[in-house]
Design a protein around this ligand. Structure first.
Ligand code: GTP
Length: 187
């Protein structure tokens, strides 16, 4: 999933997904569940992957409209996937919930050659839109758990916020926890 959003929603175990889509034989939307434990509490994330179907943008509105979190991935070896992010952010601001948690991820950080998007470019774009950012690798797993954990923490914090509790700062948390790719994969 690159240059397009994946959506995550936290639910109680066993709950029926609340999102549905028009049935189309050529629209392949995959959903996976992931359970993360946050401060001893199990949080189930339903993850929807748009699976490269940009031409179905009008359909994707239907599912990210209700999402509690959106992971925007681009591929650091593919400039157009990075360029697409602005368009997605514009769409998200129009169609998603106002308090949706958004995270920008530059994937394939493991590649040692072929990188066309510098880490700083991702950081700058994220800063411009005020969203947390990190580079990930689905191949090595770098920062993948952290992305889901940070979202689960944020959603849990919002759901259980008690007066007087210190607020959870997702960007600070990510900055303190994220791993950076080795020296050789930078441009
Ligand atoms: N080296 C490396 N390869 C990756 C990584 N993530 C995905 N790939 C490879 O990139 C290719 C595309 O991966 P997908 O997950 O299908 O990416 P996608 O953008 O969802 O593809 P579409 O759904 O077809 O648009 C596959 O060959 C993956 O094995 C990564 O972090 N590192």
């Amino acid at each position: 999933m690159t240059g397009k959003p994946g959506a995550a929603a936290a639910t109680r175990d066993g709950e029926v997904p609340k999102l549905s889509l028009p049935c189309s034989p050529s629209y392949d939307l995959t959903r996976k569940n992931k359970v993360v434990t946050v401060d001893g509490v199990r949080v189930k994330l339903q993850i929807w992957d748009t699976a490269g179907q940009e031409r179905f943008r009008s359909v994707t509105h239907a599912y990210y409209r209700d999402a509690q979190a959106l992971l925007l991935l681009y591929d650091i070896t593919n400039k157009s996937s990075f360029d697409n992010i602005r368009a997605w952010l514009t769409e998200i601001h129009e169609y998603a919930q106002r308090d949706v948690v958004i995270m920008l991820l530059g994937n394939k950080a493991d590649v040692s050659s072929g990188r066309v998007i510098r880490s700083e470019d991702g950081e700058m774009l994220a800063r411009e839109y005020g969203v947390p950012f990190m580079e990930t690798s689905a191949k090595t797993g770098m920062n993948v758990e952290l992305a889901f954990l940070a979202i689960a923490k944020e959603l849990k914090y919002r759901a259980r916020q008690q007066a007087g509790e210190p607020s959870f700062q997702i960007r600070d948390y990510i900055e303190s926890q994220k791993k950076r790719p080795s020296c050789c994969s930078f441009l």
